[in-house]
Design a protein around this ligand. Structure first.
Ligand code: HEC
Length: 143
């Protein structure tokens, strides 16, 4: 196969992979929770970067939504379900107490942000408290 054909083939495979969505409803539900958490993070991140105007009510609502979804993580992940589209690692169920503790860390950081964001300056501190909790869990438990 010529290099150009190989690259095209690889690109097509990548595009196809990205287009596949999870079909297992339990996996869809936990991914939806993470999507909501991701969108809430973006709301706060865009305000932190000045890409959207500071809006205390919107920031508090985003942080509240994040805390609510984080609180549902244990229930959503408890069934050890898999799907070709899932990025969840089996270590989740082997280290369940640690995994749920990391979800609780996010919940606490988000709940604290929801109660403390009143000025634009508060967003940066909230992001600094929330961001590491995402990383701590993804590093170990997400592909
Ligand atoms: C307690 C662990 C944990 C925490 C905390 C956590 N995540 Fe996740 N996240 C996961 C796991 C596991 C997956 C993969 C789920 C799957 O594909 O089945 C995931 C997937 C995602 C996805 C992809 C969802 C999709 O479309 O499939 C996004 C976006 C995401 N997380 C954002 C975040 C952000 C932003 C934070 C912090 C504000 C965060 N997560 C905190 C465990 C966590």
């Amino acid at each position: 196969m010529k290099t150009s054909t190989r690259i095209l083939g690889a690109t097509l495979i990548l595009a196809a992979t990205a287009a596949i969505a999870a079909e297992n409803p339990a996996v869809v539900a936990r991914q939806d929770a993470m999507k909501t958490i991701g969108m809430s993070t973006k709301v706060l991140g865009d305000m932190a970067k000045g890409e959207t105007a500071f809006d205390a009510a919107a920031a508090q609502a985003a942080a509240t939504a994040m805390a609510e979804q984080a609180a549902m993580v244990p229930a959503l992940f408890e069934p050890e379900e898999d799907d070709p589209d899932s990025e969840a690692k089996p270590e989740i169920w082997a280290n369940w107490d640690d995994f749920t503790a990391k979800a609780a860390d996010l919940e606490a950081a988000a709940a604290s942000a929801a109660g403390s964001i009143t000025t634009a300056e508060d967003i940066g501190a909230a992001m600094q408290a929330i961001g590491p909790t995402c990383m701590a869990c993804h590093r170990t438990y997400r592909e």
